[in-house]
Design a protein. Structure first.
Lengths: 519, 194
């Protein structure tokens, strides 16, 4: 029994590290993509933990109660994987693993009311530069235009529908040298979109141009604290807000090798912070997914180069989690050299850092009986970066850097904040709200267009804000229904050759409804 | 007379006085002109006829800059900056509370190019910016695209043709018109396109 509990605890750690606070029980709130997979895995593990009812009882009090979803004994088995009546895990023949399969179907229908949006065009202005053939005109001086993109007439907005449907497989086996864990999450992630001709098309999720890669959200193997495969980035906090539409925070799964060292039961202020724990993690992650180039002012070479180096520290107790992470991202520019092969290729490093946290409480513990059976939880994250804009979790409205005509690199910078709150009114109904904002700065080093006395350069600032509200109802039998509305604001402004430009601002609402069935 | 002087004509148009008007004509096979002028007002009227015509001009008069460039040849390149001194403040309109210098003066640029490969680039920073580019290429359908740049408003327009790429950008006191042939065109788009 002790060994089995150890196995389960180890697997809970494996999923909990990736899912952060989701390792703690939470209601069957709607989750998409990564969150859902981790949540499903965590639920299954928690049910295994029912082997010790006392232990489960200890994990629950400071959290929102776990709503019993539809019974999902996909495959019932008996034998060594049946722990104290838990039937979620089954014995995998011949290899000695215990496995479990879960899944969910989610369908959504939404409408985007945007009639215009901000777009950016970059250009290298022709200027006389020395090359292999001497002095001549070449595409040289960086220039960035920002403009209002009218979507009406050739709209790509409008109503859309889609699905996030997935199947999770998890398995583990205890060996003499430690526990081996395997987790795979794959599914169908598709939605309709309108192209520039206004035609509706069904698009499947793809990453780096590969549909198969877009179908896999996670696929990793873990031995002890070492995890290899497609997994959530260590930089990310648990999720991007409690609403369907994300706030401005990064959450990404990436091919990576990571190692986590866990510290259980830190005996610091045990009365105030009971069962305090911590984890320290490092990873090497795929840098290609974190690149925000435009191809003209910034262009990465093909290939990997150095991976992104990410470190993470988490401290948590059942009621809260505090997260700090940092990442180093290699910048290797070939854009200037692409237009004038006389110019050298430079490289440097970008960085990103994040502070985040989540806290959960029962309202009756704060306001007394008037709080009833209501629960609340809130999360907050703040991110800053220089040269690694992907880590902000923002739309593709900024690029990592601008390289001059001689190849020198001007890194872009940016900051993002996000706050989200979820309120559980009854065991089957909740509402949530997410607010987020970001700003970025892109600029070029002033350069002469020709032989002139005026150096030309630009500085462009991009800002964005978003507010999203959500209501969700659980109808039982694993069914959930949700309704959501949001509003997005975006602004851009620039300075050219020291003179100011006119700002461009757009805003638009959107609505969304969805249903989800867990099995 | 050297061979170089037979094949190329090089003009240097440089003035520092006010209300200056410079007229020049080049008709050698290779024409290269540099125009640099300052003072309170400047005006340049240049005509180039040759196989290769290049004009590069800077006008930084703070009241008025005018340039009329005509190029007829196989390869025509024109690049000019009309930039007056920054006034540091702008009192000609309602204040919107935003900081930053604003440029004064009036800028007018007109470029006519007839050739197989035409390239024009105009950068203007002033209170009023007017630019006109007329190009006629013997390649393609032989049509004569003609574009007038708006004088105010945050506007970006681009036109892609087999002969090249024209981008027009105007925001507050800055206006930029760039025409590049395919070999010199490097552009990209990004942003949230929905």
């Amino acid at each position: 029994m002790k060994t089995r509990t150890k196995i389960v605890a180890s697997f809970a750690c494996a999923a909990g590290i990736a899912g952060a606070s989701t390792a703690l029980a939470q209601p069957a709130s709607f989750d998409k993509g990564v969150d859902a997979s981790i949540l499903e895995a965590t639920r299954a593990i928690e049910e295994l933990n029912a082997a010790s009812k006392t232990r489960v009882k200890e994990k629950q009090p400071a959290n929102q109660p776990a709503v019993r979803a539809a019974p999902r004994p996909v495959i019932r088995m008996t034998g060594p994987c049946n722990l104290n009546g838990n039937t979620q895990f089954f014995q995998i023949p011949y290899i000695g693993f215990c496995g479990a399969v879960h899944g969910s179907f989610t369908g959504f229908l939404g409408k985007d009311f945007a009639t215009e949006d901000i777009a950016f065009t970059t250009q290298r202005l022709p200027a006389f530069r020395y090359g292999w053939r001497g002095l001549g005109l070449s595409a040289a001086v960086p220039m960035l235009y920002y403009w209002k993109n009218p979507l009406v007439g050739k709209t790509t907005s409008g109503a859309y529908t889609g699905t996030y449907s997935m199947v999770n497989f998890l398995a583990f086996r205890n060996t003499d040298y430690g526990t081996i864990s395997v987790f795979i999450n794959a599914g169908l992630f598709a939605r309709t979109e309108k192209n520039y001709e206004g035609e509706t098309r069904i698009t499947l999720n793809q990453i780096n141009g590969h549909y198969w890669r877009g179908a896999f959200d996670q696929a990793w193997v873990q031995f002890g604290g070492l995890r290899v495969g497609l997994q959530p980035s260590l930089f990310s906090f648990s999720r991007t807000g409690y609403t369907f539409m994300p706030g401005y925070a990064s959450y990404m799964t990436t091919p990576a090798v990571s190692y986590t060292h866990r510290i259980e039961n830190i005996n610091v202020l045990p009365d105030l912070l009971p069962r305090l724990g911590a984890s320290i993690s490092v990873s090497a992650e795929d840098p290609t997914l974190r690149r925000y180039p435009d191809g003209v002012l910034s262009r990465y070479p093909t290939g990997m180069g150095y991976p992104d180096f990410v470190a993470q520290l988490r401290v948590g107790a059942p009621a809260f989690v505090v997260h700090a992470s940092g990442a180093m991202h290699e910048i290797r520019d070939v854009s200037a050299n692409a237009y004038n092969s006389f110019m050298p290729k430079y490289s440097t490093w970008g960085w990103a850092a994040q502070l985040a946290g989540e806290y959960r409480w029962k309202w009756s513990g704060l306001v007394g009986p008037i709080g009833g059976e209501m629960y609340g939880k809130a999360m907050l994250s703040a991110t800053a970066t220089q040269g690694a804009l992907s880590y902000l979790g923002i739309p593709y409205m900024s690029i990592d850097y601008v390289s001059s005509s001689t190849g020198t690199i001007q890194r872009s910078s940016g900051q993002a904040i996000m706050g989200s709150y979820e309120h559980l009114w009854t065991p089957v109904f909740k509402t949530s709200i997410t607010g987020a904002a970001f700003q970025t700065f892109m600029g070029s080093a002033p350069e002469f267009l020709g032989f002139g006395n005026v150096a030309f350069g630009f500085n462009t600032q991009v800002r964005g804000q978003r507010v999203v509200g959500n209501a969700e109802y659980w109808a039982g039998e694993g069914w959930a229904f949700g309704l959501e509305g949001g509003w997005t604001w975006s602004q851009a402004n620039g300075q050219y050759l020291g003179g100011r430009g006119l700002p461009v601002a757009v805003n638009f609402p959107n609505v969304l409804t969805y249903m989800r069935k867990a099995f | 007379m050297s061979r170089t002087s037979l094949l190329a004509a090089i003009f240097l148009l440089s003035v520092m006085n006010s209300a200056f008007a410079q007229m020049a004509t080049q008709s050698a096979p290779f024409n290269f002109a540099i125009g640099i002028s300052s003072g309170s007002q400047s005006s340049i009227d240049l005509s180039q006829s040759g196989f290769v015509n290049v004009y590069y001009g800077i006008q930084d008069s703070n009241q008025a800059n005018q340039a009329v460039i005509s190029q007829n040849g196989l390869n025509n390149y024109s690049q000019m900056q009309q930039v007056g001194d920054s006034t540091g403040a702008f009192n000609g309109g309602p204040s919107d509370g935003r900081e930053g210098p604003r440029y004064g003066g009036q800028n007018y640029a007109a470029v006519t190019q007839n050739g197989v490969e035409n390239s024009s680039q105009i950068l203007q920073m002033g209170g009023t910016n007017v630019a006109a580019v007329a190009q006629n290429s013997h390649v393609g359908n032989g049509s004569t695209p003609r574009v007038l740049v708006p004088t105010d408003g945050p506007i970006y327009q681009s036109y892609q043709t087999p002969e090249g790429y024209l981008s027009l950008f105007t925001t507050d006191s800055m206006s930029l018109a760039v025409w590049t042939p395919p070999g010199l065109t490097a552009t990209s788009n990004f942003g949230r396109m929905h």
